[in-house]
Design a protein around this ligand. Structure first.
Ligand code: ADP
Length: 389
């Protein structure tokens, strides 16, 4: 707008985030930079509504986005969006799933698999989720939004094992009772080392006769934020249009991009982008095997600290049902069962919270980082000088 300016050069020094996950992941997931779970502890609180509108908001901000509807019991994505092709296709050569698309967002849902609402038991559900998520050709994505099934059960664990979630957004309603459920959800994610970056308190209030009503009371969302130190709370009003656009197959933020609801989602979108960028700067715990030292090396994030563990000690500390009686807590493995010179064959990260160690006898041990911290350390291996200091 300055009349004397004829030409402007802009140097952008900040690069868009690159995927940090390496070849250890299923190929379809390697090109995704951030994976964000949208979760609630009860059904019907508006989790899918938030997941879908958040996804379209991020896309509107210029990001490449995909939505994975993990709610196998009641997939809502097929109702909330209206893609031209309502069936997922399989690439016959690579046996990978090609996501369907609506307004530039890639979509995978059990509801697009042509099987309707099947009756499935727990292990089947985990299998289906695993297959849909890991064999989909997501391509390069800045954000994959996962619409989690409600609750804090097996499926969540499976998901967190298959993919390293970057962050979680929790959706709740203002009732006092919801607070208890939300607390459960936050604790689950924190056990799995997934930071909750925002709480969305849905159906907070509505306006009528020039007045604002809070039909479910106030305050449970802010209580969550205070108690768990979650940085952000977003209040979403009750809006008939939000429900109508969800049922009509066009997300509210697309139908009314200038509206009050779209504004709240823009704030949520900015929060998710900023928080994910922050989280990605923290490197996670790295566990590797040093063949020359015959020791497992554990590097703790955000510190210079690294320590070494004797492989046989790690194996002897396995707490799975194969090694420990689940009822009595009694150790089933005898000390001598594990050879002193046993060496791991492969160490692979599992989500953000554990590594999976494969041993020569085929046993695959899940070792949570917390547990590795408590195992007796090797002292007679070379230590970095900073530790000695
Ligand atoms: P969940 O995924 O938690 O089961 P949904 O997102 O499917 O919940 O929402 C349940 C129903 O409530 C849907 O019909 C949705 O359109 C409606 N809904 C969600 N949030 C609001 C809101 N703020 N105002 C009006 N209706 C809403």
């Amino acid at each position: 707008m300055l009349p004397w300016v004829k030409k402007v050069n802009v140097t952008m020094s900040a690069q868009p985030a690159r995927p940090v996950f390496t070849g250890l992941l299923p190929p379809g997931l390697r090109t995704i930079s951030n994976i964000v779970a949208v979760s609630s502890c009860k059904g019907g609180v508006g989790k899918s509504t938030v997941a879908v509108n958040l996804a379209y908001t991020l896309a509107d901000m210029g990001a490449r986005v995909g939505i994975f509807d993990a709610d196998v019991y009641g997939p809502s994505l097929p109702t909330m969006v209206s893609p031209q092709y309502r069936l997922l296709e399989m690439n016959p050569e690579t046996k990978t799933i090609i996501p369907t698309e609506y307004l530039g967002i890639k979509l995978v849902s059990f509801g697009f698999s042509g099987q309707g609402r099947a009756i499935m038991r727990g292990p089947m559900v985990s299998g289906v989720i695993n297959q849909l998520l890991t064999t989909a050709e997501w391509g390069e994505l800045d954000y994959l939004i996962i619409d989690m099934p409600p609750g804090t059960g097996d499926i969540h664990l499976t998901l967190c094992q298959v993919v390293p979630l970057t962050a979680a957004v929790i959706v709740t309603t203002p009732q006092k009772l919801s607070f208890i459920d939300v607390a459960k959800g936050v604790r689950m994610f924190s056990k799995l080392k997934v930071p909750c970056v925002a709480v969305v308190e849905n159906m907070c209030h509505f306006d009528a006769d020039g007045k604002r009503y809070y039909p479910f009371g106030r305050g449970s969302g802010s209580q969550v934020v205070q108690q768990f130190g979650i940085p952000h709370l977003f209040e979403l009003p009750i809006r008939p249009t939000l429900s109508a656009s969800g049922d009509g197959g066009m997300p509210e933020v697309v139908a009314d991009p200038q509206g009050e609801v779209a504004k709240i989602f823009q704030d949520l979108g900015v929060c998710v982008v900023q928080q994910c960028a922050k989280i990605r700067q923290q490197v996670s715990t790295a566990v590797t095997y040093d063949k020359s030292l015959k020791a497992i090396k554990v590097k703790v994030p955000d510190s210079e600290e690294e320590f070494f563990l004797h492989p046989a000690t790690v194996r002897r500390n396995d707490r799975s049902a194969q090694s420990v009686d689940e009822w009595t807590g009694e150790q089933k493995l005898q000390y001598g069962d594990i050879p002193e010179d046993i060496e791991p064959e492969e160490i692979r990260p599992m989500g953000n919270y554990a590594v999976s160690i494969t041993w020569p006898d085929g046993f695959s041990q899940i070792a949570p980082y917390d547990q590795l911290q408590t195992i007796e350390r090797l002292v007679d291996v070379p230590q970095p000088t900073s530790i000695q200091a």
